[in-house]
Design a protein around this ligand. Structure first.
Ligand SMILES: [Zn+2]
Length: 67
C-alpha cells in the first residue's frame, strides 16, 4: 500500500473503498480516499457501483448464513 503522503491511484481507491466498507480504514486512508474521489469521476462512479455490488452480496450471503 502507498504511504500516507502519496496520492492514491485509481487502483488503490478500489481497494480503499472495499476496506472502507469494513470500517478498516485509518483516518489517513479515509482522507486519501475522499481526496481522490473528489477529483476523479471514474472512481466516484466505481465506488457507487461497488456499494451496490456489496449490497447485493450482503443480501445473498444473508440468505445462506454460515453455520
Ligand atoms: Zn480514480
Amino acid at each position: 500500500m502507498s504511504d500516507p503522503t502519496t496520492p492514491v491511484t485509481c487502483r488503490d481507491t478500489t481497494w480503499l473503498v472495499s476496506c472502507a466498507r469494513d470500517g478498516a480504514l485509518t483516518p489517513a486512508q479515509a482522507s486519501q480516499l475522499a481526496a481522490h474521489l473528489s477529483g476523479c469521476t471514474v472512481c466516484q462512479i466505481a465506488s457507487k457501483q461497488f456499494g451496490q455490488l456489496f449490497g447485493q452480496l450482503d443480501t445473498l450471503l444473508a440468505r445462506d448464513p454460515p453455520s
